[in-house]
Design a protein. Structure first.
Length: 55
């Protein structure tokens, strides 16, 4: 699941760019050192908030 998540982020970014949607979230995550770690942390926050919403 981790690899599938990581593999979908760049295509999602490209698609959102084509559709002229906000993509600053991705650009912030991949700039600087250790972008893969930040993308993984983003997934953790996403799971956390999704769990709170469904509660």
């Amino acid at each position: 699941m981790h690899n599938a998540y990581m593999a979908t982020l760049t295509p999602l970014y490209r698609y959102m760019s084509i559709k002229e949607r906000e993509v600053a979230w991705y650009e912030q995550l991949v700039k600087g050192d250790a972008p893969r770690k930040r993308l993984g942390d983003f997934a953790g926050y996403f799971v956390c908030f999704n769990g709170l919403v469904t509660r």
